[in-house]
Design a protein. Structure first.
Length: 100
């Protein structure tokens, strides 16, 4: 054959897809049980990710209420004519946490 110094053949027949990639692995045949196991693992991963998203959403809402409640409560109490020092301090602490 026409091989250069690197041992690479110059013919086009070596280029392309190998048919070996489409042949199933004879050591581990795909049976119904392994397909069900893969499906269960996929379902388990989806459930775990859904749980993480649910917990993140809960934390987001909780932090939103923690940062906005003291300020809102302070304003409502001021409108009613009350001044509660503890709510004022909480308002002063949590307002910077609200961002820009």
């Amino acid at each position: 054959a026409n091989a250069n110094a690197n041992g690479v053949s110059g013919t086009i027949s070596n280029v392309g897809f190998s048919s070996a990639s489409t042949v199933p692995n004879p050591k581990k045949p795909m049976n119904r049980k392994s397909m069900l196991q893969k499906r269960a693992e996929h379902s388990s991963r989806r459930h775990r990710k859904s749980t993480l998203v649910k917990h993140q959403a809960f934390r987001y809402v909780a932090v939103f209420w923690i940062t906005w409640l003291p300020g809102s409560l302070n304003r409502l109490l001021e409108l009613a004519g009350y001044e509660v020092f503890g709510i004022f301090v909480a308002h002063a602490i949590f307002v910077p946490l609200q961002g820009f």
